[in-house]
Design a protein around this ligand. Structure first.
Ligand SMILES: N=CN[C@@H](CCC(=O)O)C(=O)O
Ligand SMILES: [Zn+2]
Length: 445
């Protein structure tokens, strides 16, 4: 993740956001200090107790970094809004940290809307894949797409994500399944990160599917011997991920890929227990991966292993929603003390770019509270992508990535499921979305 790229120059810039009916700073101090920091399940049952909020709150940022947070009267006395380069009157509005979307496949080409219709008629996700559809179909379209096309597609998605409050987004490769296209996807992510004010975290996912006509073991050889060294040489991926699933990669094959990634300096992540229980979660715990993602079929033992390993469970309720599957057991994870994160999983099989909708699903379908969902979309999501600089909070020292809601309470994020509740987005202390519309400064050429 790069903080000095994108369209924004923040040197010397001062920002004051004041008058917020509810300013969400982040998790309560105790939780932030604790190992789990998951919210209310181990402590108070009071929803609001999980987040530090300030009534009539304000914050100040200098050079895109929060330098003061507190009650508006105290803050504006020291930092009069009229002296600031950016001043936002948030009266009657909740202000929350910008969302971190820690799991997306947002760079791709092609259209799979007809597969949605096939699924409605009863064809399963795995059947589509076995017929050369699904991921393999997007692979064919992505291999044919130029770098410029992929960058433009991704920038368009980032505009939508930003307007829905995502200020940091993880993006995976995985629709190339050969060196040239995997590198082109990672280059597209790198180029979009340079040009767009959303911060991107880049993940290499060469082991996303077995290419058509290939043998899985031989393909793993190609990932380990050819793709990974080439990706590492370019230095444009932070993480290495693998789809550990029947019909994709076994636990042993997944381990080979992730261990080879580690040798090349890429931190591991796993798509685990999405469509069946295969053992990817135990592998994640064994390798102490940054995150284990999906977890629809994870057992209590798996969850305990994740907690022990300090691996963040990333839940993707949009995928279960789209596939009509049962949801991951978030409540068991929270009760076990796991710092549950949530993500869109935006991809051609899960067409949602909205972390707000994900918060609604987290609450309505997975039994999370609005506070747990917001923590999952901010601080815990930041942990899943290794952002340890305060991203996902508005505490002093954190990047000043903030959302002003067209609503008086943060609970509206999960409560509403119509249009966006996000009115204004600040990235590193500068307004990049106003009245729900991305400003042209969001992108550079
Ligand atoms: N499950 C594997 N990968 C994606 C889906 C990608 C696709 O269907 O194109 C996921 O995380 O949901
Ligand atoms: Zn995924």
């Amino acid at each position: 993740m790069s903080r000095d790229t994108g369209a924004l120059e923040s040197e010397g810039h001062t920002t004051v956001v004041y008058g917020a009916s509810e300013l969400v700073v982040g998790p309560t101090a105790d939780e932030a200090a604790s190992q789990d920091g998951n919210g209310n399940r181990n402590g108070s049952a009071d929803d609001g107790a999980t987040l530090e909020t300030i009534e009539n709150g304000a914050f100040v940022a200098v050079d895109g970094e929060v330098v003061a947070v507190g009650p508006t009267d105290e803050i504006v006395r020291e930092h009069p809004p009229e002296n600031a380069d950016t001043a936002v009157d948030a009266s009657g509005r909740a202000v929350v940290p910008g969302f971190v979307d820690p799991h997306t496949h947002a760079v791709f080409a092609g259209d799979r809307s007809d597969e949605f219709e096939a699924k409605l008629e009863g064809t399963s996700y795995q059947e589509l894949l076995a017929q050369g559809g699904g991921i393999l179909r997007t692979v064919r379209a992505t291999r044919e797409a130029s770098l410029d096309r992929l960058v433009e597609n991704l920038l368009g998605h980032l505009d939508v994500m930003l307007a829905h409050g995502s200020t940091t987004v993880e993006v995976k490769s995985g629709y190339g399944l050969e060196t040239e296209t995997e590198l082109r996807m990672l280059e597209a992510i790198d180029a979009a990160n340079e040009r767009h004010s959303v911060d991107l975290v880049s993940t290499y996912l060469g082991a996303h599917a077995v290419p058509e006509g290939a043998d899985a073991d031989e393909y793993v050889d190609a990932v380990v011997d050819e793709q990974l060294p080439a990706v590492a040489e370019q230095g444009i991926a932070r993480y290495c991920d693998v789809f550990c699933e029947e019909g994709a990669f076994s636990v042993d094959q997944s381990r080979r890929v992730l261990e080879a990634g580690l040798e090349h300096g890429l931190e591991p992540k796993v798509h685990a227990e999405e469509l069946s229980h295969l053992g990817g979660t135990q592998l994640a715990a064994d390798l102490e991966t940054a995150s284990a993602d999906h977890l629809l079929y994870a057992t209590r033992e798996d969850v305990d292993a994740l907690v022990e390993a300090g691996t963040v469970p990333v839940l993707l309720p949009g995928t279960a929603f789209g596939l009509g599957e049962a949801y991951a057991d978030a409540e068991t994870m929270l009760e076990a003390g796991a710092p549950v994160a949530i993500a869109t999983d935006f991809n051609p099989n899960c067409y949602s770019r909205s972390m707000e909708f994900v918060q609604t699903l987290a609450c309505v379908e997975m039994g999370m509270t609005p506070a747990e969902a917001l923590l999952g979309a901010t601080r815990n999501a930041a942990r899943a992508v290794g952002a340890t600089d305060g991203t996902g909070t508005l505490a002093v020292g954190a990047p000043a990535d903030a959302l002003v809601l067209e609503a008086p309470r943060y609970a509206h994020l999960a409560y509403r499921f119509d249009t966006t509740a996000v009115e204004t987005v600040l990235k590193r202390g500068q307004v990049v979305v106003e009245n729900g519309t991305a400003l042209k400064e969001v992108r550079s050429s």
